[in-house]
Design a protein. Sequence first.
Length: 441
Amino acid sequence: MDFKFRITHFAAAAMLATGAMAIADDATPTPLQAAVGSVTSNGYFRAGWGEAGKGGNMQCFGVGYAKFRLGNECDAYGEIGLDIPVFNQSNGAVWTAHTMVNTDIPYSADYWDTKLAFAQNYISVAHWGDGALKDAVLWAGLRYYDRPDLHMLDYKYLVGDGSGAGIENINLGNDVMFSYALMRPADSNDLGRTWLENLFKVSNIKAGPGAFTFNAGLTGAWHSDNTTVTDATTGITTTTPTAQTSSGWYLSALYDHPLGDVGSNRIGLQYGRGANATGNFSSINQSANTDDNTFQILDNFTLEPKDSKFTMLGHAVYRQDKYSYAGASNDTWWAVGIRPQYHFTDIFGFATELGYESYKPDSTNQSENITKLTLALTAAAGKGAYARPELRLFYTYAKWNDAARDDMSNPMNAVSSKGVHSVYEGSTNGSSFGVQAEAWW
């Protein structure tokens, strides 16, 4: 019964998104749709299968805070969202409901273990103002918020996700835009602690051939004096002082500029303290002390020469954490990689991803190093570096040092939900192969 319930819900979500796209693209609008607007769909998914070269389920390879992802993702993940216009006011204001469900299934798990969750549920209103507020959008609820990433690493260097409210796209002049959000991150352990984040963003500040985006965060924190907990197994009730909370702040500067007529580049410099001491800035480090801090620098380029069959992605990132709370230390992580791709036709191509990572936790003072190489035959909806949907047949090989081998938190030493250890545990090299589909819309 439980199996049918979960599959039915997943199928219903898929059919809902399919129907929404059909309404948006094919069907003649009803009078109500014409008055309010058509439902549209957005989302992302990846799925396929992978095998370890030694046999058994695919194993992933990486160290530190992320891993190079081409041919190196050991799960099926999906998110389906709907944007639903619900009311048009006579003054031109448009009210829209946004909702999204997501799920994540490790290759080592059973598909009937699928569990859906709401990733987004919020309301926005646009076209309600004039002048500087002409393009402004008010919103409130649960949402993904301002989350750019280094795509090859699937590493988000800003993550404002959560429950909150805000206003976006106030025009300060010369198309410089200002946004503000007040977010309330949930206490992961429900222990009487509160954080409130003030997130500020000023974007499209022209400078030379490109433009700057500045982000800042200011976080206040407080907590109850004591926390009383009843153990669900023993029934024993205990009262202890509530865990400490720290306020925090961060600053981020990003500069986007063209690379002639062949591509674009983004460089970034970021720093945060206290609760905002995390490389995923705008999110909260709930364990951090007031003086803890994180420094990060990044580069992200895309090459797509006009009338060329060649494209390339490239990333570099350096992160230094200085943590003083229990179980943490001063850690350094950096990664550099490229993904060149040759497009034989508008559909078929061949991609290579070469990445190197180094992670040095202060607790061991040993550098964990890994090199990962993936070769993939591809079929995609176009010749762009980010053209999707894309189908892949891939082979991945990775080699790492003894320090990486000995760190049991690394993915090549993972233990599945069924208690099965990685076939590469205790090794210093490994491989995998498989097929994968990836799409976003």
